[in-house]
Design a protein around this ligand. Structure first.
Ligand SMILES: [Zn+2]
Length: 250
């Protein structure tokens, strides 16, 4: 087996034997692979600190196309120290890791890898994890092949007098086509489009009121339910956190 270097991020981990772990790593060059980190659960193991979810770096591995590769070392590119010190941020990032794992099965790595990495960087920099999560969810709709129609009315194509956005219709609805869809605020309607197109690597600040953010989340949840069939346990956990009011009013 050849020793190769590959950029990647750990999406999840499972214990393996007494002292090891198998890391579920999304890599730029090989897609998602399983990497055995031998002995990493032992206190003195040099692999201990890099054998965990969100480890992002250059993985030096003995690569095996079929079956498990084996970890030799990792050069960490970003340790996300602020993200990993905050339980709420970790909850959002964990959901994003689970979502990324699901979405990459239905798309190419290139479509999701950079979005996921940039989202972690923005959360680590202190941007609202809740807002960043909505941005990622909207962007992933493209990778899932179910992008909403948010450049014009989904029914007639008009770009004028957009009245609302509707999961049932699949995007914007203009005043002429409007029937009985729920009316969302103008701010929300514009932000959904902005979130979809914004370059995560370039945003420096985004202020979204809690009420508008809730509208966006409602739309996203209904849209995912209707078009993607994805509903993850970690999302359920997040929604329960929101019901308790955690993360509100920031
Ligand atoms: Zn229309």
């Amino acid at each position: 087996m050849a020793l190769v270097e590959v950029e990647g991020i750990v999406l999840g981990e499972t214990p393996y034997s007494e002292s090891s772990k198998v890391l579920n790593v999304l890599t730029k060059d090989y897609g998602k692979i399983g990497i055995l980190s031998k002995g990493c659960r032992q206190l003195k193991s040099p692999l201990r600190s890099v054998s965990a979810r969100f480890t992002y770096g250059i993985f030096h591995i003995y690569y095996k196309k079929e079956g498990l590769s084996t970890l030799s070392a990792v050069d960490v590119l970003d340790a996300f120290p602020y993200l990993l010190a905050d339980i709420e941020k970790i909850s959002y990032a964990t959901y994003l890791a689970d979502l990324t794992d699901q979405v990459q099965k239905q798309s190419s790595v290139e479509e999701v890898y950079d979005i996921f990495i940039e989202s972690l960087k923005r959360i680590d920099e202190g941007m609202d994890a809740r807002v960043i999560t909505s941005i990622v969810e909207l962007k992933y709709l493209e990778a899932l092949g179910v992008r909403p129609n948010i450049d014009s009315c989904a029914l007639c194509g008009s770009t004028k007098n957009i009245a609302t956005i509707s999961p049932d219709v699949g995007g914007y609805v203009c005043q002429n086509c409007y029937q009985h869809e729920k009316i969302y605020s103008d701010k929300m309607i514009k932000l959904v489009r902005l979130f979809f197109y914004v370059d995560l690597a370039k945003i420096t600040s985004l202020k979204v009121s809690t009420s508008v953010q809730k509208e966006i989340e409602e739309f996203i949840d209904l849209y995912y339910e209707q078009y993607t069939g994805l509903y993850l346990k970690s999302k359920h956990f997040l929604n329960n956190l929101k019901k308790l009011g955690v993360g509100d009013g920031k």
